[in-house]
Structure formats: C-alpha cells, structure tokens
Ligand binder design. Structure first.
Ligand code: PEP
Ligand code: MN
Length: 339
C-alpha cells in the first residue's frame, strides 16, 4: 500500500504515519519527491485492510494499493529515478558509467595493469572477480580473499571504485569489507538466502539477470534485496539463453526500456557475457548507450589470449580505448548522458 502525504504535511505528521505503519506490523519506506512524500507500507498481505485506516491520520491525502508484486522496486512506490552513490560516482544520474576490468583477478600484475588501462581510457569503476561461479568444478575458482586484497590495492592506487562478485552468504561480510559494490551473478539471481544477506549489506548491489529469468522475476529478486533493507540495487541485463547459438547469450536490449518503465532502479548492460566474443562487444555497448542504459560493465584484459576465464569476450586495451571513444561520441550525439 502507498500512503500519499499532503504536499503541506509536516515532518512530525510524516514521522507519526511511519511510526503508525510500523506499529501495525508493516515496514515503512518513505520516498520524498519535490512535491510531496509518499510512504510505502510493505509486509504480510493478509490484513492489509488495516492500512486503509491511514487515511484518517493527520497529513495523509490518500492510500493506494501497489498493484505490482515487486512493491519497492516498482515505479509506483518511488518518485523519480533512484541515483546510487558509489564513492564520488552517481549511478543512475546524468553520467553514463563504465565498469571495466578482467573477468577474474589472476595476479597483482594482471589486475594493476588492467586497472591502469581502465583508468587511462576514462572508465569509472574497476571490475574483477575473486569468487568465480564456474560451470565446471575443474575451472579456476578465483583467488578469493587474496584476490580481494589485490582489488583493494588497485583501488587505492587508481582511485577507481570496485565491483566484485559474491557467491555465498557466508562471504558477504568479507567481500563487503574490501569492495565498493557487490555483484550478484546471473547464476545466483534466485539464490534467496544470498539476496537477503546482501540486503543487509551497506554497499550497493549489482544484480545480474539470470540467463533464464523473466524481467518480472529479476524485479522480484531485486525486491528481496530492497525489502531486506538495502535500497541501493542496480539491475544488469547480461543476455539470456535462447535458441540462438551464434552468440553466448542473446542480449535482450528491450529489457532496458522495459525495466526503465517498470522500475526506478538504475539499469546497466553487460555486453561481454551477452556476446561471448570480443568482436560483438563494441556494437552491443553502443546499443546500450542508444537504448538509454545507465552504464555498462565490460570485460577488459591486458592479454585476453592468456586470460584464465572469459578471454574470448575480453577486450584488448586498444579495443577498450576505442569503445570509450565511441561511447563518448554517441552519448554526446544523443545528448543523453555525459561520460
Ligand atoms: C562475470 O561477471 O564474470 C560473470 C560470471 O557474469 P554472469 O554472472 O553474468 O555470467
Ligand atoms: Mn566473466
């Protein structure tokens, strides 16, 4: 249920309504717009009739049911676009954000070299996996905490905020202590224990769409994180599994405007895991700018031919610089976002 406050409602009236919502067993999620404050009351649906009573509280204009099953993620419950701070960056604001780096952290040299390349090209964040969700148990599983330490050191040297994946609820605190943003990978999009755990974290979460999840299911997964207390969720379209085999996955570019219509959360695109081949990464990244995404996350490696994972889809430094030039030109031409 949404409780819409009158435009002249006082701070005290807003606080009283929040306290009342909590007293009847619901969680209150206020959202202040330019005009007025609205308060989402979210919880067990069984006796939501009690929330109707809010209409008789001072300062309340009206109550409205939230029709979508993803209550907090839906545009109905939040005024305007959510802008997520990561250090000095703002994701979902006027700037198109580029997160770039290797699939996996492999060594100090490899990560530092990657970080300097990302920085030189004008990228905003450094990506790199320390816990890798691999299809085969025999593939490289990541450097774990040692990798996180390298990521932290690279951040200190380049001042690039970092994003890295967490695959287990038991590792969330550890990963959070080193990284600026937590990535939930495609394979864990419906790992509800993990979603609830990152929902208790203080760092923003990059939530990737699974290869078999619908847009509504992705939003329900975001809802797990939001309803557990973390308001900072960025959605990522990274390709879905279709009958097509020419690419690793099929980039569902239409997911971007559809998500933008349904949710206030920022939306980024991962052209690397969608394509599976570096040749298609630049065109897909351009499409992400054109379609109105808030940014991309892209794999870049100093020597892709030696990469321990996802080398085929990783951009060499020159290709990455070209990608950044293209993004700047396109964003300028479209007068959409700055880079
Ligand atoms: C990754 O970012 O390296 C990764 C494993 O991505 P995804 O979860 O989208 O496959
Ligand atoms: Mn990868």
């Amino acid at each position: 249920m949404i409780i819409v406050m009158k435009s002249q409602a006082t701070e005290k009236q807003i606080t009283d309504v929040i306290n009342w919502i909590e007293s009847v067993g619901y969680k209150a999620h206020p959202s202040s717009g330019v005009e007025r404050t609205i308060i989402g009351a979210v919880g067990d649906n069984r006796d939501k009739a009690v929330l109707k009573y809010a209409e008789s509280l001072p300062g309340v204009e009206k109550t409205m049911p939230i029709l979508k099953p993803y209550k907090l993620a839906s545009r109905e419950s939040h005024q305007g676009d959510t802008i997520i701070p990561v250090g000095n960056l703002r994701i979902g604001g006027p700037e198109f954000i580029v997160m770039a780096g290797p699939c996996a952290i492999e060594s100090e040299e490899q990560l530092l070299e990657s970080a300097y390349i990302v920085k030189k090209g004008g990228g905003h964040m450094l990506r790199g996996g320390a816990f890798k969700p691999r299809t085969s148990p025999y593939s490289f599983q990541g450097m774990e905490e040692e990798g996180l330490k390298l990521l932290d050191a690279a951040r200190k040297k380049t001042e690039l905020p970092t994003v890295t994946e967490v695959v287990s609820p038991a590792d969330v605190d550890l990963v959070e202590s080193y990284a600026d943003m937590l990535q939930i990978g495609a394979r864990n999009v419906q790992n509800f224990a993990l979603l609830k755990k990152v929902g208790q974290a203080r760092k923003p979460v990059l939530l990737k769409r699974g290869m078999m999840t619908t847009i509504e299911e992705l939003l329900m997964s975001a809802e797990y994180i939001l309803s557990s207390g973390n308001p900072n969720v960025i959605l990522c379209e990274r390709g879905i599994r279709t009958f097509e085999t020419a690419t690793r996955n099929t980039l569902d570019i239409s997911a971007v405007p559809v998500l933008k219509n349904l949710t206030h959360l920022p939306v980024v695109v991962d052209p690397s895991h969608a394509a599976g081949n570096y040749k298609y990464v630049i065109p897909l990244a351009r499409a992400a700018v054109a379609v109105g995404a808030d940014g991309i996350i892209v794999e870049v490696h100093p020597e892709p031919e030696k990469a321990v994972s996802d080398g085929a889809q990783s951009l060499k430094p020159e290709k990455y610089y070209q990608l950044m030039d293209d993004i700047r030109a396109l964003a300028g031409a479209l007068r959409s976002k700055a880079v």
